[in-house]
Design a protein around this ligand. Sequence first.
Ligand SMILES: [Cu+2]
Length: 293
Amino acid sequence: MTYAPIPAPVRNMNASADMRWRHLYWHLVKSKGFVTDPANAPLVQALSRIGWTSRFTGEAGAGLDFLHMHREMIAHVDMMLASMGDPNWPRVTGWAAIPPGSSDPDWPEPAIPNLNDLSAWPPNKRRAISAIAEARSPAIRRENLAIAQALRDPAVLGQDGFTLDQLGYRIEVTVHNWMHNRFAAAPPDDGQDLSPANDWLGDPFSSHVNDYFWKLHGWIDDCIGLWELAQGEISADFSGAWVPPNEAPPLDVLLGATGSSADQRKLRARFSFPRFFETTETELRDVIREIGI
Ligand SMILES: [Cu+2]
């Protein structure tokens, strides 16, 4: 790789337990599939007791939450970068254009041996591996690049009634999930590893430790400015966005006060391998129809 890595103090800050659990909980509580799965009830209840309840992806307002929270993450990292004086990373700068091919000289899709042979993978990694393989398939690549282009097009962004909330939702379930999966390397053995080496892009516990995260979320954040211009130079209003609680204790601490030990063991086992971002076929089709491509 030829690009300069993000300065180590920033990477280490992102790799801290607090940042990891915060980013993971934020994504978990907005996933309807996760929250309504009875197996997750002890965790969902413990999170809810300390204020971690949000709108689900697809519900009104959740797209605004998505844009706002990641904008806050960028602002937090930007503050630290400003104090570092690294000429390669004065601030988070998104991709001007998403690298279209698999072997971009600076931002390639990380090589994964046996990507198309699920039998070569342990069962707990197979869903993640097939999500990555699908994200790199020619059809899905073509479709998401077309969506990405439309979501930067003034004619699309300027449509009457195209809200900031819709922009967030449409990006989240298409280009965002696609980029996370597409640029992910092979999943780690221990998704809960706290070392900075655990920067797997497919899981919110580790994705923000990865330099690609800041390029792709920078690209997403820039869409907000393009939307503001296309809508007639209005400015984005995030006053209705959900603000998560300050507290984000590790899973063990969170469950310590509430879950039985059997519950804890089961949940810990579920969390020991990585999760990843999923978009349903229906979500993808609906967005393509809504933006008119
Ligand atoms: Cu995120």
